[in-house]
Design a protein around this ligand. Structure first.
Ligand code: BMA
Length: 833
């Protein structure tokens, strides 16, 4: 019925679209190459790699061998045929995500210049397209050279981020060009500086006007929600158009008068008894389809109905900082997100879905899209809506100052306005944040330190504009000036102030403090903190030869971008563990160590609830195979930290925290659910030789959304070889969770060699690995060559009981019992030395 009505309102021929993506001729004015074609959306490196012009940039030290690619100007050209019906109206050439500085020619005539990767260029090409064959050509300049020229012309020098110097790379002035900052390398990133077009390439024909954006804001009442739909329409001339919205079985059809340029229309409707959208772990994620039709141009969006507030208000400590969804304060749990690949063509919906599903699978409910990367494509936010993952969205500024002249600000204004309008309807979008660490970076460079007044004023011109745009374009959402920040108009470098705002706590990694230093701060919201590990052995084998398998080989150092990173990993091992006996064991141990560091932080900070209402570790993913802070290897395989995250992010958790007096350990129950958690807790003191004794049992109640003390264990009651192992069950006696705590460093314990036997079973059609050990064994980890993950890993096995790990193959991966079993490896801590 709706369809017929739509057809009656707007004749189908009024809008049409010619998809111009596909193969373009690739050439360079300065080089002869084998590659003759590039597929767009896509990037030059991918085209060159396919044609054999460059070696795999991710292998060995090939990064150096492909540097010339970004020092080269590129041209891309295609022909397309247009029929009368494609062009008998107003024409828009839409180019989205053009990376970066290009001149656009249509049939030999210059129609536009692009200079901002984050802007969608809608170029008016009315009457420039002919019936028959047409030519579209993009000529790309060398970004680095344009950036340098702008830097030179700027009235005072603005330094680039030190992250660009990672691994001996020369500097590059990317703060003068709106392009993904980490394209030029980062302290986890390769420098490829790709060139290409990564978004939509289309010729659109409109009768009179085209859709620019559709935003939805929500006002929630007791049992209904009022939706306000704001549509921005670009009109080519004066006249009237048919605008229609359909959602939740309701339809609004309006004939509106438009004037040339931008026109804004608002329509309201009420949805009664809405099915509410909740973050992962707190409820369902129902999504309502919104169809918008403008003179035959039809777009669709999915809208989750929820009330989302970001609360910052004075409290007994100073100021709280938290997200509230449908009236409930939700502890944010998750990580920081960087672009899914350094080679943009490899960022696909399948790759991103796999990474996001891995976030959801480990109880995450929030990701921070970090400001040195990119605004992600629509499907990223659609997946987050679907999976219940809230998004803390930085604007793309990171770790350095930026210009604030009129031209730069005007360009950024378009960028931010477009991005806010594009993304604001998403239920997942929780916060707009001005930048990553730009306030902090004012103290990092001689130039900014020497003239701090100038740089603060310069900063505020840009930053306050960002806040104003959010206020105008998305007034329901909070704008947070920076991450980290102490709040509105606070330009202090308050990184370690733990009474207000969000905190980046890096002292454990960057200053080599003890893991216990995580307990010296009590952040309100920890938005960054991380610890590195080596990437997994099978990933190392994709970029290294056997002779490279050494932490200080040139190849292993080139795949470590943080100065001294491999040394930090290895040196930390001496502090907590017995030194590993081989490179392979070192790689495995580095992941145990990384997990332990982050577990220490998150368990403690969650236990301070409601003081701390968010922990987002640095970082969930990698852009290429590299040793880094990520919990997922490049390619999506779970490192041990990712498995451990599933446990330390459990909604109902019990954690052990040493008390300040140094004499005892407190076990705290954390309840992130809306219901009372009634659990029975059993604590055992287990000797590394295998003897166990129960030292505490008790029933307890933890009220909704709270954390409480459950038990105190005096250290003097523990014998030298004993550690704590505790498990908790619900009212029906079902096991909810297990955890353990070693009061001393692992190296101090005489762990016993254990004999672990395994067998495969199957449950609900899924393979289950059953493990049993004759001695306590810790960080027991099963791996196989079949892509996928186990339900748990890095587990503690106690003698006399079985532990079951269910295997979930990666979407589309072939799994046979034989392949699983033949490649199975089971490892644990005692085997590393
Ligand atoms: C934080 C981030 C990144 C960086 C990370 C690790 O400060 O914002 O700039 O990659 O630390 O050093």
């Amino acid at each position: 019925m709706a369809k017929t009505a739509a057809a009656a309102l707007a004749p189908a021929a009024s809008y049409s679209e010619l998809d111009l993506s596909g193969d373009f001729a690739l050439s360079s004015p300065v080089r002869k190459l084998r590659a003759k074609t590039i597929t767009l959306p896509g990037d030059v490196h991918t085209a060159l790699l396919a044609a054999g012009d460059i070696p795999d940039p991710y292998f060995g030290e090939n990064e150096q061998a492909v540097m010339w690619v970004h020092d080269t100007p590129w041209n891309m050209e295609r022909r397309f045929t247009a029929g009368r019906a494609d062009i008998d109206g107003y024409l828009t050439l839409t180019l989205d995500n053009v990376d970066c500085i290009a001149t656009v020619f249509l049939n030999g005539e210059e129609v536009a210049r692009t200079q901002n990767q984050f802007i969608r260029y809608d170029i008016d090409v009315t009457s420039k397209v002919k019936v028959g064959t047409n030519t579209l050509r993009l000529e790309f300049a060398v970004t680095k050279d344009v950036a340098k020229a702008r830097y030179d012309a700027h009235p005072f020098p603005i330094p680039y981020t030190l992250n660009y110097l990672s691994n001996g790379l020369p500097g590059v002035h990317l703060n003068f060009v709106r392009k993904t900052a980490c394209h030029a390398g980062w302290d986890w990133g390769i420098r490829l500086m790709p060139t290409g077009v990564y978004g939509r390439i289309a010729l659109r024909k409109s009768r009179l006007a085209r859709q620019e954006s559709v935003q939805v804001s929500q006002a929630h009442g007791r049992s209904s929600v009022e939706l306000s739909i704001r549509t921005i329409v670009h009109a080519f001339a004066e006249g009237s158009v048919e605008l229609m919205h359909e959602i939740a079985g309701q339809k609004i059809a309006d004939k509106v008068v438009v004037r040339p340029g931008e026109n804004v229309f608002t329509h309201n409707l009420t949805v009664k008894n809405p099915r509410l959208w909740w973050p992962n772990g707190q409820g369902e994620q129902p999504l309502y389809e919104l169809w918008t039709t403008l003179d035959g141009e039809r777009t669709t969006r999915r809208v989750g109905l929820r009330k989302l507030e970001w609360i910052v208000e004075p409290d007994a400590i100073d100021h709280n900082f938290k997200v509230r969804v449908n009236g409930r304060d939700i502890t944010a749990m998750g990580a920081n997100w960087i672009p899914a690949d350094a080679i943009p063509s490899r960022i696909t919906p399948d790759v991103v879905r796999d990474l996001l599903e891995s976030a959801q699978a480990v109880n995450m409910n929030m990701l921070r899209v970090w400001g040195g990367g990119q605004y992600e494509p629509d499907y990223f936010y659609e997946l987050c809506d679907e999976l219940g993952i809230m998004v803390w969205q930085d604007f793309m500024f990171s770790c350095m100052s930026y210009p604030a002249d009129r031209e730069f600000l005007a360009d950024v204004r378009v960028e931010i306005t477009q991005q806010v309008r594009r993304l604001s309807h998403h239920a997942c979008l929780a916060l707009w944040c001005g930048d990553n660490e730009v306030i902090g970076s004012l103290g990092w460079y001689p130039e900014t330190r020497a003239n701090s007044k100038r740089f603060i004023a310069n900063y505020d011109r840009l930053n306050s504009m960002l806040g104003n745009i959010v206020e105008d374009e998305d007034p329901d959402r909070r704008f947070w000036p920076s991450s980290p920040s102490l709040g509105y108009m606070d330009f202090e470098d308050g990184w370690h102030k733990d009474t207000r705002g969000d905190m980046h706590y890096w002292s454990v990694w960057h200053e080599a403090k003890d893991f216990s230093a995580y307990r010296e701060v009590q952040p309100r919201f920890a938005s960054e903190f991380g610890f590195q590990s080596f990437t997994s052995m099978n990933v190392i084998e994709t970029f290294a030869n056997p002779e490279d398998l050494n932490p200080s080989s040139p190849v292993m150092e080139s795949h470590q971008r943080n100065a001294g990173g491999n040394a930090r990993i290895v040196e930390t091992m001496l502090r907590y563990f017995r030194f590993p006996s081989s490179f392979e064991n070192m790689v495995f141990l580095s992941q145990i160590q990384q997990g332990l560091a982050i577990k220490t932080a998150i368990e403690f900070w969650r236990s301070t609830k409601p003081r701390c209402m968010g922990t987002l570790y640095w970082q969930i993913n990698d852009t290429y195979p590299v040793h880094s802070w990520a919990s997922l290897d490049y390619g999506g395989q779970w490192k041990l930290l990712h498995y451990m995250a599933k446990r330390f992010f459990r909604p109902i958790n019990v954690v052990a925290v040493p008390e300040e007096d140094g004499q005892s350990i407190v076990l705290r129950g954390i309840n992130d659910t809306a219901a009372k958690a009634e659990i029975s807790l059993e604590v055992q003191a287990v000797d590394v030789g295998g003897k166990a004794r129960v030292v505490f049992t008790g029933r307890s109640q933890t009220s909704p959304d709270a954390a409480v003390d459950l038990a105190h264990i005096a250290l003097e009651d523990l014998r030298p070889g004993e550690f704590l192992f505790f498990s908790w069950r619900d009212k029906a006696g079902r096991l909810i969770g297990e955890n353990d705590y070693f009061p001393k460093a692992y190296k101090a314990y005489e762990m016993q060699p254990a004999r672990i036997v395994s067998r495969w079973e199957s449950a609900d059609g899924k393979p289950v690995l059953v493990l049993k050990s004759d001695k306590p064994a810790v960080f027991v980890t099963a791996t196989t060559d079949v892509p996928g993950h186990f339900s748990d890993n890095a587990v503690t096995l106690l003698p006399g009981r079985e532990t079951r790990l269910t295997f979930t193959p990666r979407r589309g991966a072939k799994v046979t019992q034989k392949a699983l079993a033949s490649s199975l490896k089971v490892r644990h801590l005692r085997e590393t030395y």
